[in-house]
Design a protein around this ligand. Sequence first.
Ligand code: FES
Length: 61
Amino acid sequence: MYVCLCNALTECQVRQAAAGGDGSTLGVYRSFGTQPRCGKCIPMVQGILRDVGSEPIHAPG
Ligand code: FES
């Protein structure tokens, strides 16, 4: 599914960028060498960042 139509970024791509980035919304766009255009996707990108940030990095034990 496309998250950002302006930059043709899929949810999968955004998820990977969110996991490997600096945790900022703009960082996600920067990792693709782009930036938000219309801005309609920003809430969805922020939701993905929250999702990724709330996942445990290492399983306990
Ligand atoms: S849909 Fe992402 S900037 Fe327009």
